[in-house]
Design a protein around this ligand. Structure first.
Ligand code: TXA
Ligand code: MG
Length: 334
């Protein structure tokens, strides 16, 4: 399959490009498109055959359900069995935006989308190109991140092509995404609502709207337990190289590995020393959580491209504002 790439303006996507993408989706094809978090790989969520193609293109296990993207809140009500008050309040506050709500699934949603489960994950994204595409296609789009299963999520068009060139019909290239980490996933079908994946919307922001939520994520979920949200699988979002997380400055560890002749990449945080041996690639990460989130996957993709063998990360502090970043780094280290 040839993958066509069309460049679009992120703020004001060209109508002809969007119309071409929508037509591909209507015919059951696959379109990678930008969102405010990461690039998604979209297909008509109501067409089982089209959705099945997503699983093939990604090599995704069939037991991992997909997020359904919508353009208007009214579609959420059509795709769910019940629309609790918490969903009403949270969608009013955070949509369009990087919050995914897990709700009791309506009968129109195909099994392949929910992995046969009783719930469906819904999100109304904020990226102008994503919204334009959803409106033009006038259908809900099932869209996981546009990467091969269990590898790094794509925040730039070249990341999408690295994994999926020749496996999808079209990539809408709107340049780098701004958020950089995947949406927060919140299960509002359970009481109290439960955080399934930390993301760009923080638990405290959610609690300010609906009161206390369950935020204890099991540290690791083994493969033979039922999976509350497969994104919890411990190895996920991973680069090719082995990644080590270190609390505080990791300079000694980096030097030790480098002396052994290992090609090392390191992500520094704050006042890490600058001098490094030849075989070390250093990326100084921002000390602001939003800026760090926006750059994390690109930094890991870059280190993969440099074919480093080991990635050493000086972790940002264990504070709630760093919850999502630390979650992704921990997962990448398994
Ligand atoms: O920011 C995002 O959410 C991106 C963009 C493209 O929207 N999408 C994304 O999709 O990250 P994906 O498939 O890579 O991650 C979806 C997560 C997975 O952890 C999946 O297991 C979980 O959401 N999920 C989907 N449906 C679910 C459901 N019904 N119940 C629980 N978890 C669900
Ligand atoms: Mg993903």
């Amino acid at each position: 399959m040839h993958t066509k790439v069309i460049r679009v303006d992120a703020a004001a996507p060209q109508a002809d490009a969007i119309a071409e993408a929508a037509e591909i989706l209507r015919r059951g094809g696959l379109v990678a498109f930008p969102t405010e978090t990461v690039y998604g790989l979209g297909a008509n969520a109501l067409d089982s055959d089209a959705v099945a193609r997503i699983f093939v293109a990604k090599g995704r296990p069939a037991n991992n359900p997909l997020i359904v993207h919508i353009a208007q809140v009214i579609q959420a009500k059509e795709l769910t069995e019940t629309w609790p008050e918490s969903a009403e309040a949270l969608s009013a506050r955070f949509w369009p935006g990087p919050l995914t709500l897990v709700l009791r699934r309506g009968s129109r949603v195909p099994d392949v989308v929910t992995a046969g489960g009783t719930t469906v994950a819904l999100r109304l994204p904020a990226h102008p190109a994503a919204l334009a595409l959803l409106h033009a296609a006038s259908m809900p789009l099932a869209a996981p991140s546009a990467n091969r299963s269990s590898s790094l999520s794509p925040t730039r068009p070249e990341h999408v092509l690295r994994g999926l060139d020749g496996r999808i019909d079209l990539l809408l290239d709107a340049g780098p995404t701004t958020g950089g980490l995947e949406s927060t996933v919140l299960d509002v079908a359970s009481t109290p609502p439960r955080l399934l994946r930390p993301g760009l919307i923080a638990p405290a922001q959610i609690e300010a709207v609906i009161g206390p939520i369950e935020r204890s994520l099991p540290r690791t979920v083994s493969r033979n337990q039922p999976i509350p949200s497969p994104g919890m699988l411990s190895r996920h979002y991973a680069p090719r190289a082995i990644l080590e997380c270190h609390e505080g400055i990791a300079a000694e560890r980096v030097d030790k590995l480098a002396k052994q002749g290992i090609r090392v990449g390191c992500l520094t945080f704050g006042g890490d020393p600058q001098s490094r041996p030849m075989n070390v690639t250093t990326i100084e990460m921002p000390t602001d959580p939003a800026a760090y989130s926006a750059q994390l996957y690109a930094a890991l993709h870059d280190l993969d491209q440099e074919e480093v063998e080991r990635i050493v990360v000086s972790m940002p502090p264990e504070k709630e504002e760093w919850l999502a970043v630390r979650d992704r780094l921990r997962r990448a280290s398994h």
